[in-house]
Design a protein around this ligand. Structure first.
Ligand code: NIG
Ligand code: FE
Length: 410
């Protein structure tokens, strides 16, 4: 048993949890001033004010949380951090006016990362991924979803999934890693059709990953020129029959009806949504599927952002994630991305924090975290700040205290 006391504020998100992350308002942040918390390795046992710690917990060893704020753990529910190589040169091309197709023709894009990823050994990929996870953790993010999707052969997708499994083991319990299997990210050139790639790689690779216990969910890039409606629907039916949790990349460059598909198949989340239309908004509003926006990608690509305001106002559960990847968002800092996105996309502080904690945990199906309530998993983030506002007000300044988190889990 352990505790933390003298915290300036504890953001419990009790109100947000009661509403299942929909329409979060400031009062739903349910902030405790001068707070304390008691927990064991599995659950939160007590939470309240420092001056009212119950007698039965007086002898617990308490860390001193003075000058700090405790929040539900920040979750980055969408990253592609297992990759090799560098695509920084695409940035200049993009600023000069090149689009996705121009860049692919010039030898860039997802398939170029595939080639550079496949030149590295599993150990080399693992070492790169460790550094990336540690950096993400340094911003206060404690649960990180990691996708495969730059291997694009059976063996190489499995290799990337094994890297993710090793990350899981290495960082447990301090950092929780969630593994998403995504061979359906792009189709390498040697395949005559998308169907051929699905049959020769995606299905058999996913079967193997499942048998090896390598995946927590599957993902597919539903987009014109990638994986179309019929292919995607067939895959989602198959995944559903296998009982696999589903995540999706939807409506990024076109309104493809991806959000509606996600809702129909009860996906954990559908991500991007830059071009989601009225039907998609309608289908998401009462669905459990979390609408995940990736503002870093919109910023980087210079595209109009997802209609976050409409999504929230319609009642959808909205999460924010980084989409950290070598092509469309080489920014790994979800707190910075959210700080920039909130004023730009008209999000309140309550919507921002629900989006990177409670709803982001929901986007991974992690129902036992995302709020700090008795019985919930003891997963939290710690920041050096007097009030919550200070964390994202200081955009680009890292207020997280990962060393404190290390003490919590030691
Ligand atoms: O989520 N949209 C598809 N995949 C990535 C981009 C990957 C890349 O360009 O390497 C994304 O934005
Ligand atoms: Fe992505």
């Amino acid at each position: 048993m352990k505790g933390i006391k003298n915290l300036n504020q504890i953001l419990t998100l009790e109100g947000v949890a009661k509403k299942n992350g929909r329409h979060p308002k400031r009062e739903d942040l349910s902030i405790i001033e001068d707070g304390a918390i008691v927990f064991n390795k599995d659950e939160i046992l007590w939470i309240g004010k420092t001056d009212s710690i119950p007698l039965e917990y007086q002898d617990v060893s308490f860390l001193d949380g003075s000058n700090r704020i405790l929040t539900p753990e920040i979750v980055d529910s969408h990253t592609h951090l297992v990759f090799g190589g560098d695509r920084s040169w695409e940035y200049g091309m993009r600023l000069d006016g090149a689009d996705y197709q121009d860049i692919a023709k010039a030898g860039g894009g997802i398939l170029s990362t595939m080639r550079m990823t496949n030149e590295l050994s599993e150990d080399e990929l693992y070492e790169l991924a460790i550094e990336r996870v540690q950096k993400i953790h340094s911003y206060g993010v404690g649960t990180i979803e990691v996708k495969t999707g730059y291997g694009l052969t059976i063996e190489s997708e499995l290799r990337c999934a094994r890297v993710i499994k090793r990350l899981k083991e290495k960082f447990n319990p301090k950092i929780k890693i969630f593994s998403t299997f995504m061979p359906a990210h792009a189709v390498p050139k040697q395949y005559k059709s998308v169907k051929e790639y699905m049959d020769q790689v995606v299905y058999p690779a996913t079967e193997k990953a499942l048998a090896e216990g390598l995946l927590d969910a599957v993902d597919i890039f539903h987009e014109v020129g990638y994986f179309d409606n019929a292919i995607t629907e067939e895959f989602l039916n198959w995944a559903t029959e296998k009982g696999l949790p589903i995540k999706m990349h939807v409506d990024e460059f076109n309104d493809n009806g991806g959000a509606s598909l996600a809702a129909k198949f009860k996906a954990l989340s559908c991500d991007h949504l830059l071009c989601v239309g009225d039907k998609g908004l309608e289908d998401l509003k009462e669905s459990e599927t979390v609408a995940t926006i990736l503002p870093g990608t919109g910023f980087f690509l210079g595209k109009p952002q997802a209609p976050a305001r409409k999504l929230i106002d319609s009642g959808a559960r909205l999460a924010i994630a980084s989409d950290y990847n070598p092509g469309s968002c080489h920014c790994d800092n979800l707190v910075l991305i959210s700080s920039l996105a909130a004023p730009h996309m008209n999000l309140s502080l309550a919507e921002l924090w629900s989006g990177i904690t409670y709803n982001a945990a929901g986007a991974l199906g992690l129902d036992n975290q995302g709020s700090l309530l008795i019985g919930q998993s003891p997963r939290f983030s710690v920041f050096q700040a007097k009030i919550l506002d200070e964390i994202t007000y200081n955009w680009g300044v890292n207020k997280a205290d990962p060393d404190f988190i290390t003490q919590v889990y030691s």
